[in-house]
Design a protein. Structure first.
Lengths: 380, 136
């Protein structure tokens, strides 16, 4: 059966770049990924790409080359990058193609994302009365979780401290300065219990990955990690999602739990086998809850994990080794692919300054509105 | 005279009000608000009980962006407000604004009731929505 490998990876550093468009950053990433794989654009048979606020991804074509390549634009909220990767994965797995690129880029204005109720299938009054904010959802989800499972505000702070610690040693990160626990906890409260330093910010950046079948990879004489499992799942009944005017009294599992289980099953591995993980940390609380939703620990165990530094670079399972969304910011179209880029660097032993020694199996999970999750498991 | 922020979301009941949810005819699944348009035919309108329990909450500390927010105040005069979910037992968990002066008094599980809250002014006068508050 065909195996899918990531044979090239490119990134435009995340942050704010007033002199560059989102598209500029996406094109930069594709050229870097091609160079990394030793390929030229005419070699590429297909592309899947997306941005949320920086235009159509296929606007890159006149710059990269009008080769007639199949190019499909992807739009799937915060999971756009993960969805592009999955599309590329299936394109090769199906046997139709054996070499392609997935790309994502974005450029957002400052401040919370603007939300349009009607575009989300919600009544206008939901936004008019001040409830259509992703920040409120994140705050209420972790508030309840903290109450049910005994998670402290200090733990929320520790997640952010770790993120900035890792960002400081990551060339593509936006926030490159460590921030101490006291500063995180005492920074401006945005949506209780989450402070300013516990939230990621909309940002800019671009990422591209070159995918190849195992046979094509051998033919070209190149190499790269394999995609062992990849899945996208949407919100099941009883889950708690962003922009929900009401919830079922009967509680159920999350989209992340569904995607996670599916990816583990495809890969034939379990959470205990993972050496390094990138999980959605839109804010500190999300990372804590996603540690459990992805199976890395039981609900409530995060308190001890964080006190012990178990998810730091030196810990038993390093999480968000490049500083995640908290240190890199969130350019929606690029964010999920940044996680995979970081895992590719880790598995190739190229994550200078933040390398997890001997990493063989790497996990990534991105969560997006209005309730979907994309998981990818890579093997060295 | 004040106007409701939207039709069919709640009805006034004495000094309080009642929220109108929808129960899907095929499987009994409840959702709030009661769906409108073609979807409405698949649901029966159900008035929710007057009291529920706080399921989770937060405080909106910065002014939401306009559009879509229509509440009074500009960035500087904005006053933070609480938002939360209230579970109506056996029915559905509903999100809404919370009227409370001291945010530190909010506790998950506390009894909450629902009433009107004038939260904005339009050319037609005050605009009222539903809001939760601790049951006395």
């Amino acid at each position: 059966m065909t195996q899918v490998h990531i044979v090239g990876a490119g990134i435009h550093p995340f942050g704010r770049h007033p002199d560059k468009s989102g598209l500029d950053q996406g094109v930069h990433a594709v050229r870097e990924a091609l160079a990394d794989a030793g390929l030229d654009w005419p070699d590429i048979q297909f592309a899947f790409g997306g941005s949320s606020a920086a235009g159509a991804a296929d606007a890159a074509l006149p710059r990269l080359g009008l080769t007639g390549v199949q190019f499909i634009n992807i739009s799937n909220g915060c999971a756009t990058g993960g969805s592009s990767l999955l599309s590329g994965y299936w394109a090769i797995k199906s046997g139709e193609f054996d070499l392609g690129v997935v790309l994502g880029f974005d450029k957002h204005p400052r401040g919370a994302f603007n939300a349009d109720p009607e575009a989300a299938g919600l009544p206008l009054w939901y936004g008019e009365t001040g409830m259509m904010l992703t920040t409120q959802f994140f705050a209420m989800k972790i508030r309840r979780y903290m109450d049910l499972f005994g998670i402290s505000e200090t733990s929320l702070g520790r997640v952010a401290v770790k993120a900035f610690e890792n960002g400081a040693v990551t060339p593509h990160a936006w926030r490159r300065e460590p921030v101490d626990l006291e500063t995180v906890l005492s920074s401006q409260m945005l949506s209780d219990p989450l402070t300013k330093f516990m939230f990621c910010s909309p940002a800019e950046g671009g990422v591209a990955l070159i995918l190849a079948s195992d046979s094509k990879m051998r033919e070209l004489g190149i190499a790269g990690p394999s995609v062992r499992g990849a899945a996208v799942r949407t919100r099941p009944r009883g889950s708690f999602e962003v922009f929900a005017p009401s919830l079922d009294v009967e509680r159920g599992v999350s989209a992340t739990q569904l995607a996670s289980r599916a990816a583990y099953e495809m890969a034939g591995v379990g959470p205990g086998d993972i050496d390094v993980a990138q999980i959605q940390d839109t804010e500190s609380g999300a990372e804590i809850m996603h540690m459990a939703e992805n199976g890395f620990c039981a609900d409530g165990d995060q308190e001890q994990w964080l006190a012990d530094g178990a998810s730091r670079l030196s810990g038993k399972l390093p999480i968000n080794t490049d500083g995640g969304c908290l240190a890199c910011g969130e350019p929606i179209g690029a964010s999920g692919l940044r996680q995979v880029y970081e895992n590719v660097q880790q598995l190739r032993g190229r994550a200078e300054g933040r390398q997890v020694a001997g990493a063989r199996l790497a996990y990534s999970q991105v969560y997006g509105a209005p309730g979907l999750s994309a998981v990818a498991i890579l093997g060295a | 005279m004040s106007g409701a922020v939207a039709e069919g979301v709640f009805v006034e009941a004495g000094e309080g009000l009642q929220l109108i949810a929808g129960r899907r005819k095929t499987d009994g699944e409840m959702r709030f608000p009661m769906p409108r348009g073609p979807e409405a035919a698949l649901y029966d309108a159900v008035e929710l009980g007057g009291e529920g329990r706080l399921w989770s909450f937060t405080v909106q500390r910065f002014r939401p962006k306009t559009p879509p927010y229509i509440g009074d105040n500009d960035e500087k005069s904005f006053k933070p407000f609480a938002v939360g979910y209230v579970e109506f037992p056996g029915q559905v968990i509903v999100e809404g604004r919370i009227q409370i002066d001291d945010f530190s008094k909010l506790r998950i599980g506390q009894p909450m009731c629902v009433g009107p809250e004038p939260f904005a002014t339009s050319t037609r006068g005050e605009v009222t929505t539903y809001a939760f508050r601790p049951a006395s």
